[in-house]
Design a protein around this ligand. Structure first.
Ligand code: NAP
Length: 296
């Protein structure tokens, strides 16, 4: 970590001294990222909601080399995931499981009250439905309107961490101001903030705030606004010999974020999607391409 920081600092200093522009984007991207001390998360994780079915998608994901899976109690698919895990295709310790406990307005009423006790109870229920002893990352699904409610639920996650029910804790759908508020009272900093992000729709202020504070930003919905038929995007895809979907996903990685991506539920193409969505490391978008995609 220290060496990496020194190298980055050196590169920035050299570029500044030499008058070369400093890039806003990451280009040397590894397949994993350390989100908390000793907790290494895959950059690309399989989504399991909103049309994507773990019953159909999880096995092809593992076969394509994927090891990260993203779920939530609210998705109602824990038992389907448990059934696939039970087959033992991949040893538990090689799989990275992210889950979310109900929190926030608009998810289910009542989940902003109940505080730490309710939060820890939900983590235990989640783990039990998944049929595992621990998960790798638990997120609060969304912020509540009242900051003290967020903090109370967060304290439940801190307790879950202390009890080794999870290896890391984080949040989802938190804007910069929610993160700032939470960190005023938290003992443990959120490891991850998972938010709606993709070409065509991104909250740059929150991305910047999270990254400046050492919080890994995770995208969901990276495909939802991807302009698949846009001529500029098509020409970038042709230039790099990849699909337009891969260009949209690679943009997320070069913005310094990780992602949960769904592969749908169509058995005839989940395998192809999985292979493509995991194959994002063999090409690099230029800064100019990144800039143009950022403006779409
Ligand atoms: N924290 C939160 O509040 C929150 C909210 C929403 C989602 N999530 C998480 O994020 C995950 C991803 O979000 P999402 O599934 O809504 O959206 P997404 O990943 O943006 O879109 C998934 C869809 O993209 C298409 N796709 C995937 N790979 C493709 C490829 N290589 N080529 C062409 N099309 C491709 C498929 O569409 P078709 O099936 O139509 O072909 C797939 O169903 C979710 O599953 C969930 O785990 C979290």
């Amino acid at each position: 970590m220290t060496t990496l920081c020194a190298t980055l600092l050196c590169a920035i200093l050299l570029a500044t001294v030499s008058g070369l522009p400093v890039s806003d984007f990451e280009s040397n991207i590894t397949t994993t990222v350390e989100i908390a001390p000793g907790v290494v998360m895959p950059r690309i994780n399989l989504g399991t909601c909103c049309g994507s079915q773990p019953k159909v998608g999880l096995e092809p994901w593992y076969q394509a080399g994927g090891i990260g899976v993203d779920t939530a109690l609210d998705y109602g698919v824990q038992k389907d995931i448990a059934a696939v895990l039970k087959q033992g295709l991949v040893p538990r310790e090689k799989i990275f499981i992210t889950t979310k406990i109900p929190a926030g307005i608009g998810i289910e009423t009542g989940f902003c009250i109940g505080g730490a006790d309710k939060a820890i109870q939900q983590v235990k229920r989640d783990i039990s439905e998944l049929g595992v002893k621990y998960v790798d990352l638990v997120l609060l699904h969304a912020p509540c309107l009242i900051a003290s409610q967020n903090l109370a639920m967060w304290q439940g996650l801190e307790e879950a961490l202390a009890q080794n029910l999870t290896r890391a804790i984080g949040v989802s759908n938190y804007k910069a101001e929610n993160l700032e508020q939470l960190m005023k009272g938290s003992k443990v900093k959120p490891a991850v903030d998972q938010c709606h992000m993709g070409v065509g729709s991104h909250d740059d202020a929150t991305i910047k705030y999270a990254q400046a504070n050492g919080i890994t930003y995770e995208a969901y919905d990276a495909m939802r606004n991807c302009p698949f038929d846009d001529p500029e995007l098509l020409s970038m895809a042709t230039a790099h010999n990849v699909s337009t979907a891969q260009v949209c996903l690679r943009w997320v990685l070069q913005k310094g974020a990780v992602m949960a991506v769904g592969t749908g539920a169509n058995a005839s193409h989940v395998g192809k999607y999985a292979a493509e969505d995991l194959d994002l490391y063999s090409f690099t978008l230029t800064d100019d391409e990144m800039d143009r995609l950022s403006k779409k």
